[in-house]
Design a protein around this ligand. Structure first.
Ligand code: NFS
Ligand code: SF4
Length: 627
């Protein structure tokens, strides 16, 4: 078994850039050159522009801004604002899902596909379910979930899912998230001119705001997406640019909210649309995805994954993309001008993400069906405008098995269960494998790719190293897509594992890298580790488990990092956050916060070292547990 080597992916990109050159297209590779070297003040986080006495920059000669704020205050405030941006973004996505659920109806565009999950959540939240119509219950729970964003008193409902000790730590550290919107607002308030400049207070609020995301908004996004679109189960699919089909109408869905992509997929399967595509001279319709929306529809429907974040321009450069349909987040504004170099329709759909040079087809719950149909039709009718001389789809494609929700993982593990464990649907078989050392531990590989790192090389390099060392990987977001693209989610990739992990993959019939979904689905990982700690009878921070975002770029990624760390999991970043201008803030993040949450960050741009340090940490945790 062989993975697709990085060089082949890079050669494919180079070939696509040649097409780009023919039509005068710009690309991120060129813009990176124009933006390098980056501003040193920005890189270190020591530029403040939150009031108009500034902007102020910290230098040895000017150690304080005009108001007197020092580097630590400025760095801390910038960091908290960064986190608040990420938490707001994930959580607003979660809110949109709750709103969609609120409007679900048996004869509408959105349904309750997993009533069991809805009932489970209702019981968790103390809502009476007996004798209730499932849609009435859905609306009641959706209303309550929306209330979590502005709840007047108390803390997030989902916190009770955490392991008891974690909950105590949160309480003691005073970082239990209250209303989601309140934590975001409070972060902006704290960082207004003339408020907090004490690093300890700013970082504490960063953790609380991160928790409002992971154990609030993101969890709502995940759970209620499952209720409406189904909880993912293992499903086979394919990944990499070769999933696009030159003979078909190609629709690429990009963004994050499955409310759009699910319906686009539905209509692309509509016989009426397929007939129309044939009339236009195509053989059919292929929907593929980019970024997290791709993860969502891959996990639930087996829709192929064209690529991740830094592949988004490539799908247009194939010359075979009839429409790239986007909702929110991680969408390059570059797609506007780029699509103009080809026949591609760049279709924006959300009032939250408006871009020049796009066709705007506003999408909302009430008009979803009609708009989804209009979008698919627009793409189909665009097939005839394709310029055949510009079409080139790199023939790279990997097999992948995806869809490992926590529920699916538990079910899959039942097949590994040996005679001592007769309970099904728990993580005890995994505990056994870890305790006996057959698996040394687990790493959550997450986050984006970033031109500051040779794209995907850190994701892939680390995953290969970890599985060879019998460390199981759970992956999400663009990291998961990096894995899928080269073949690490093919069950045959077990051959790249150490003997122990290989055996587990065979027994459980799983690939060594488990696709857990999109970035909001990192909330699944939080429940996974909490349940693992409960089943193992230890604290989360004692588990030989770490988190890693080797190529992250977005505010969302740092918000995630904060809730992962705050849940007790050491987190390893390959791109250093913009905090190096303050040793106080850096020391808090990489050490000081351990006193509050029993975990901290490691920043290490040397990817080899990053991998070694993760393995070391896992082994240290094993030694401390005496296993
Ligand atoms: Ni996550 Fe998803 Fe990808 Fe990064 Fe963007 S798509 S929410 S932020 S780039 S992993
Ligand atoms: Fe400068 Fe202080 Fe205003 Fe920031 S808040 S721009 S450091 S004067």
């Amino acid at each position: 078994f062989k993975l697709i080597p990085n060089e082949e992916n890079e050669a494919a990109t180079a070939r696509l850039l040649e097409t780009g050159a023919k039509v005068g297209a710009d690309a991120y590779q060129f813009r990176v050159k124009n933006q390098t070297p980056h501003c040193k003040f920005g890189e270190q986080g020591i530029c403040c522009r939150i009031c108009s006495m500034g902007p102020c920059r910290i230098t040895p000669k000017a150690p304080r801004g005009i108001c007197g704020c020092d580097a630590h205050g400025i760095v801390g405030r910038n960091f908290l604002r960064f986190v608040a941006g990420g938490a707001a973004t994930h959580s607003d996505h979660g809110r949109a899902i709750c709103e969609t659920l609120y409007h679900a109806s048996p004869d509408g565009a959105y349904h309750v596909k997993d009533p069991d999950k809805l009932i489970r959540i209702a019981k968790e939240w103390g809502v009476e379910t007996e004798g209730k119509d499932i849609y009435d219950l859905a609306h009641e729970i959706a209303y309550l979930a929306l209330g979590e964003y502005g709840k007047v008193f108390g803390v997030q409902n989902w916190l009770s899912r955490a392991e008891a000790h974690t909950q105590e730590l949160w309480k003691k550290a005073d970082i239990e998230p209250r209303a989601i919107d309140r934590e975001v607002s409070c972060s902006l308030h704290m960082t207004h001119m003339g408020n907090s400049s004490l690093p300890e207070a700013l970082i504490r609020q960063s953790l609380r705001t991160g928790l409002a995301d992971g154990w609030g908004g993101s969890m709502a996004g995940t759970e209620f997406s499952d209720v409406m679109f189904g909880t993912p189960k293992p499903i086979d699919t394919t990944a990499n640019l070769g999933v696009m089909n030159a003979e078909n109408v190609n629709i690429v869905v990009h963004g994050h909210d499955p409310s759009l992509s699910e319906l686009v997929c539905d209509y692309a399967e509509d016989p009426e649309m397929i007939a129309l595509a044939k009339e236009q001279g195509a053989k059919g319709i292929t929907v593929s995805g980019v970024c997290c929306t791709s993860n969502e529809v891959a996990m639930r429907r087996g829709i192929p994954m064209a690529g991740n974040f830094l592949q988004q321009e490539n799908v247009v450069l194939t010359g075979a993309c009839e429409a790239i349909v986007v909702d929110v987040q991680c969408i390059f504004p570059a797609l506007g001008p780029l699509s103009k170099c080809f026949h591609t329709k760049f279709i924006t759909t959300s009032p939250i993400c408006r871009m020049p040079d796009s066709d705007y087809i506003e999408f909302s719950v009430g008009t979803a069906a009609e708009k989804a149909k209009q979008i698919v039709k627009t793409a189909v009718l665009n097939f005839k405008n394709r310029k055949p001389e510009l079409v080139h789809i790199p023939q790279l494609k990997s097999k992948a098995t995806v869809g490992y929700s926590l529920e699916a993982i538990k079910k899959q593990l039942d097949t590994v269960t040996n005679s001592q464990v007769d309970e099904t649907g728990t993580l005890k078989p995994l505990v056994d494998c870890i305790t006996s050392g057959v698996i040394r531990g687990a790493v959550a590989m997450v986050g984006c790719n970033n031109p500051k790192v040779r794209p995907d090389s850190a994701h892939i390099g680390l995953m290969k190293k970890l599985i060879a060392n019998d460390i199981l990987i759970v992956a999400s977001g663009c990291s998961a897509q990096a894995a899928a693209r080269v073949g690490l989610m093919d069950k045959a990739a077990k051959d790249l594992c150490g003997d122990g992990l290989k055996r587990v993959c065979e027994l459980a019939d799983i690939p060594p890298v488990l696709h857990m979904g999109s970035c909001v689905d990192i909330s699944r990982m939080m429940v996974l580790v909490s349940d693992l700690a409960k089943d193992a009878g230890c604290h989360v921070s004692q588990l030989p488990v770490v988190g890693c975002a080797p190529e992250w770029m977005s505010e969302k990624a740092v918000s995630i990092g904060n809730y992962v760390v705050a849940t007790g999991i050491d987190t390893f970043l390959g791109v250093v956050p913009q905090v190096s201008g303050s040793d106080q803030v850096t020391n808090l993040l990489t050490g000081g916060i351990r006193d509050w949450v029993e975990a901290a960050y490691t920043f290490e741009p040397d990817i080899d070292k990053l991998g070694d340090e993760m393995i070391e940490r896992i082994e240290e945790k094993r030694t401390a547990l005496g296993i």
